[in-house]
Design a protein around this ligand. Structure first.
Ligand code: NAD
Ligand code: IPM
Ligand code: MN
Length: 365
């Protein structure tokens, strides 16, 4: 198949991990004779430095023409002056809004080989397999902001339509999993959360085969640590989802491991690791590329419908996490390129030993 992919490496470790994800996509393309074209564009601090804008018109137009967008990370100390007129993060938020990618899928699994890195005892980590569905284009991130000398506000607003579409996506995804949806809110305090909860309750009636549970976000933050294997799909609003998924990453062993897919109503999606630009390790070639590489697998699955190729990447990563090499954040000494090369080699050997499986029902070529 042919696909056009826009890459937005961004700032800090963004370019380092994006290069690894692109190398993986190129290997998959060569192995299964897909034709992927890549177009690199500016976003974030790099875009501010080059053009003054965190999401230049040309970058956005390229993304809107693409089949899928692969992003590294944005931001960093250079652009973090609280009085700066523009910030890198504004580019990412504008992109998510413009692409209409309201559902941010953040899968969490704990690899047994890494369980010792988690702050939790090993027995709590068995069978952890959670899909967070974070609302991505509403809430406090996008409300009206005000600022005076001695006060500031961030409006948090949700419409029923905004809640309904992401909640339906969560229930639909739950049907292909263990059929349990946990909705997280703060309905004991926030009006937006009461609207969220009543909308979830109404939609749940359309999914009698899926069980639904409501948790308050403060309690959920605790439950994620005490009973992480109780959860299947967790759906929540933008800010709660941001915070809970960084917490979840600690269970996996490192923020560098978790991928994400941001989806709207069409097939075009935005794919990025959940971590940021990691300024403390940027430029050293030591960032963990796994979150970015697994985001490329999600791109193949959700935007291109290439399930077998997505699984090939995920199996290769699984093998590398099992046997090494490991990057520093997960206790090893390998650099980004060494981990990436190991994933590429695992894909190649998988392809050689199981060509029929690797190319699936499709004829290669
Ligand atoms: P961060 O995610 O960049 O880093 C937090 C910690 O995790 C750091 O110690 C870092 O070294 C480590 N880490 C992150 N990714 C890693 C990887 N791939 N391999 C190994 N270690 C990794 O969060 P932060 O320091 O709070 O934020 C830095 C900047 O990134 C800020 O400007 C923030 O706005 C931005 N940010 C961007 C995104 C995004 O682009 N999607 C996401 C989060 C934060
Ligand atoms: C993330 C990041 C972003 C967010 C920032 C950089 C705007 O933390 O993708 O998780 O809060 O959504
Ligand atoms: Mn975040």
């Amino acid at each position: 198949m042919k696909a056009h992919i826009v890459t937005l490496p961004g700032d800090g470790v963004g370019p380092e991990v994006t290069a690894a994800a692109v190398a993986v996509l190129k290997t998959i393309a060569a192995r299964c004779e897909h034709v992927f074209t890549f177009d690199e564009q500016l976003i974030g601090g790099a875009a501010i430095d080059a053009t003054g804008a965190p999401l230049p018109t040309e970058s956005l137009a390229a993304c809107q023409r693409a089949d899928a967008v692969l992003l590294g990370a944005v931001g960093g100390p250079k652009w973090s002056d609280p009085n700066a007129p523009v910030r890198p993060e504004q580019g990412l938020l504008a992109l998510r809004a413009a692409l209409g990618v309201y559902a941010n899928l953040r899968p969490l699994q704990v690899h047994p080989a890494l369980a010792d890195l988690s702050p939790l005892k090993n027995d709590k980590l068995k069978h952890v397999d959670v899909l967070f569905v974070r609302e991505l284009t509403g809430g406090a991130y996008f409300g009206v902001k005000t600022r005076s000398e001695d006060a500031a506000t961030d409006e948090c607003k949700y419409t029923v339509a905004e809640i309904e579409r992401v909640v339906r996506r969560a229930f639909d995804l739950g049907r292909d999993r263990r059929r349990h949806v946990t909705s997280v809110d703060k309905a004991n305090v926030l009006e937006t959360s009461r609207l969220w909860r009543s909308t979830v309750q109404r939609i749940a009636a359309d999914y009698p085969d899926v069980t639904v549970e409501h948790q308050l976000v403060d309690s959920m933050a605790m439950l994620l640590l005490t009973q992480p294997n109780r959860y299947d799909v967790v759906v929540t609003e933008n800010l709660f989802g941001d915070i809970l998924t960084d917490e979840a990453a600690a269970l996996a062993g490192s923020l560098g491991l978790l991928p994400s897919a941001s989806l709207g109503d069409g097939r075009r999606g935005l794919y990025e690791p959940i971590h940021g630009s990691a300024p403390d390790i940027a430029g050293q070639g030591v960032a963990n590329p796994v979150g970015a590489i697994l985001s490329a697998a999600l791109l193949l699955r959700h935007s291109l419908g290439l399930e077998v190729e997505a699984v090939a990447i995920e199996s290769a990563v699984e093998q590398v996490l099992r046997h090494g090499p490991h990057s520093r954040d997960i206790g090893g000494h390998a650099g980004t390129d060494e981990v990436c090369d190991a994933v590429l080699a695992a894909i190649e050997s998988h392809a050689d030993s199981a060509a029929a499986f690797f190319c699936g029902a499709r004829a290669c070529g």
